[in-house]
Design a protein around this ligand. Sequence first.
Ligand code: SF4
Ligand code: SF4
Length: 521
Amino acid sequence: MNGLRRLRIVCQLGCLLGFFWLFVATEYRGLDELPYPVSLLFRIDPLAALADFFAPGAFAWRLLWPALLVIVATGLLGRFFCGWICPLGTTLDGAGRLLKSPGGRPRPGLRKIKYLLLLGLSAAALFGVQVFGWFDPLSLFLRTLTFSLYPVYNLFANRVFDFFYDHQLPLISDLVNGAYPFWRDHLMAFQQPVFALGLFTALVFLAVLLLEKFERRFWCRNLCPLGALLGLCSRHALVRREPASLCSDCSRCQSACRMAATGSDGHARSECVLCFECTEYCPAERVRFGFHSREGSGQVDLRRREVVTALAVGALVGPTASIAPAAASADSYLLRPPGAVAEDEFLRRCIRCGECLKVCIGRALQPAWLDAGPLGLWTPRLVARFGYCEYNCTLCGQVCPTGALRPLTLEQKHKTVIGLAVLDKDRCLPYARNEECLVCEEHCPTGRKAIVFEQKQVLVRSRIKMLKIPRVVGKLCIGCGICETRCPVEGRSAIRVTNENESRRKRDGLAWKADEKRPSA
Ligand code: SF4
Ligand code: SF4
């Protein structure tokens, strides 16, 4: 194994481990501020930068400048991100080995799908519909870890520790019990995560892995829009292969190439991921990589008709689906995390990475299915019956890599209204059954309680008694949802949070903005 190839493998494994470490660190561990830049990988993601570029408002330079550095480096060196950094690429290399993926010749017909997908997604984004996150490899990878694999891992780890604690096996139990505090504090979730869409997300990822059965790096070669973007950037990269074409007396390096970048018509720089595998497979040691300014061949081969079709489809889907934000806001129970920007901007900034769902202390955030409109798939929504927004937590705004959630100080957070709790008098125990219940008032976290009681005379078994009747004070309620989570009524809660009054809504002027003065709570 030559030095460059060894370095590449070390770099790939290092990046994958770093990615896992940042993933595990995206968790509440007793600190109000996360000590690490856990969303770093998305900040170097050029597709996230492209999504942000098309979103309304100013480009999020503060968050996404590293992605621009990657684009410049790709323009100079080539598509090194895919061969050296991308965690999905590394996983596919591993899956390819296990599944014994065939190498194969270049298939330009399939290869161009990723470019057409990128064009279609860009046209749709230009017309107001941003769904880059559905196809972004980093989002795909992180979503699968968050919604599918981490909950299973966490449950499994808990069961293993419980087993050895219960059975007290000689020696082993002492070892496992000794390791438990470290594992719990650094490598396990604060609370057992449970997410909707876990199975669906896992099946999508599995399908991407199984494509390796047909071709090595099938996803990277043919489907990945991030690969397409980097491929376009690297068309004039200075790092080139010599000889560019296959030698007439040998074509061994073609079958070694994971990207089928070398063909008889030359070396396609937009496909080459600089893995340097071909240097090792050449029996005559002819293959070299170096800096050359000479033009190459085998570049992106798109017909005008195909480009126009991809752009037209994207542009048509955009306006058609742009009724989605309106459809979503028609759902009065659609709650977004605190700090979320206005709904249509939110949908255009969120890259469905799942970072906010992973870090949520109260396990209140769940990935949306079609309940947030057809474009809302995998976006975060707060499901208050399931979990609540912790009053003193600002973590989701700290981890969002795109500015879909603005970072809030604690003071801003306390003034940010997610929604408004509304009592269902047909289910609330004091109203519906004349039974005393104080739960929602007890849990309400605002300084001046947003749920107050009024004394009322009621008739119980022919006797008059005084009963405390709850009432929501609209101007104090921030919609954190703890009352809905804790309500003891079986099934649907007797108090539910609607998105009425949320700070980000400017429509009716009823709402307080996060930086506006609100009555002190
Ligand atoms: S041509 Fe060589 S360096 Fe480029 S992707 Fe193929 S094997 Fe890797
Ligand atoms: S809102 Fe959540 S899912 Fe969307 S980009 Fe931000 S952190 Fe990722």
